[in-house]
Design a protein. Structure first.
Length: 150
């Protein structure tokens, strides 16, 4: 990756982290996502499973739906999804169906991530890049679960 690509990915991951912090403030698991098209954010979301009482209300799912609405179609073939934690198999399936060609995530999810359970769920031509601002993304999760255990 070039320095320009690293800077761009870092910039948009910081926006996803902002969403994760919003989730944390609402008592949700702190995962945030943004969808970018042509260098600008077209949707943003964070986990809302508690607020909506919906196990499918993951940040990625909500951001994908909002991006599809913004673009007026179900395929996001010119977009990049930034998400603070490696997508789960459900979200990876939705990412694949939306034909998102590039996924950038912060922290890996060794317990529930798509790479463990559904490594072929993304679109066959999709490129996934991990470990962007990994420590910051991981720390949000560590702090959240430590708070829950108190």
């Amino acid at each position: 990756m070039t320095n320009e690509e690293i800077q761009r990915d870092t910039q948009f991951m910081r926006r996803a982290i902002d969403e994760a912090r919003a989730a944390l403030a609402e008592g949700e698991i702190p995962i945030g996502a943004v969808v970018v098209a042509k260098g600008r954010i077209i949707s943003r979301a964070h986990n809302c499973t508690e607020m909506l009482n919906d196990v499918t209300a993951h940040a990625e799912m909500l951001a994908i739906t909002a991006a599809e609405n913004a673009l007026g179609g179900k395929y996001l073939t010119d977009c990049t999804l930034y998400v603070t934690v490696e997508p789960c198999p459900m979200c990876a399936g939705a990412i694949g169906w939306a034909q998102i060609p590039r996924v950038v995530y912060g922290a890996p999810d060794d317990k529930r991530g798509y790479r463990r359970y559904a490594p072929n769920a993304l679109h066959p031509r999709a490129n996934a890049i991990g470990d962007i601002l990994e420590e910051e993304c991981r720390q949000l999760m560590v702090d959240f679960f430590a708070m829950k255990r108190r």
